[in-house]
Design a protein around this ligand. Structure first.
Ligand SMILES: [Zn+2]
Length: 136
């Protein structure tokens, strides 16, 4: 099946997609929305917190996906979501060819010490990043 057709099919069946995301995550939302080049997802985690899927970084000795869960005390749902957007955007500074790219993004980027940015600012930065990524 051609890639475009497969994508259209996936879009038409949101329920099947959510089931494939695994039991712990509720419906994954692509972020930024309507940004087909983006590989990023945000999802609420059952039992509390949010997760962000980056998919841009791997360690050279591991197949683990670049992904972060965030469930601090005292954060609203919306604040957790925006904090993870901030984490995703911050990851664009990390080269996908670094030998420990995933470790760098997941473990070395401290979400709480990132500069405060609004959702609108982060979305603008994310769209600019994905617009500059070459096709393929
Ligand atoms: Zn990453």
């Amino acid at each position: 099946m051609p890639k475009a057709k497969a994508k259209a099919k996936a879009k038409a069946k949101p329920k099947a997609k959510a089931a494939a995301a695994g039991p712990r995550e509720e419906r994954k939302e692509p972020w930024p929305p309507e940004c087909p080049r983006s590989k990023w997802f945000l999802a609420r985690v059952k039992g509390g917190g949010w997760s962000a899927t980056c998919k841009m970084h791997t360690d050279s000795d591991s197949a683990l996906q670049c992904k972060k869960q965030f469930r601090p005390r005292g954060f609203s749902d919306e604040a957790m979501r925006v904090a993870l957007m901030n984490w995703l955007v911050e990851g664009t500074r990390i080269g996908s060819d670094w030998p420990l790219a995933r470790t760098e993004h997941v473990l070395s980027v401290d979400i709480r010490s990132l500069p405060e940015r609004t959702e609108a600012e982060l979305e603008t930065a994310a769209r600019a990043f994905w617009a500059a990524v070459p096709d393929g």
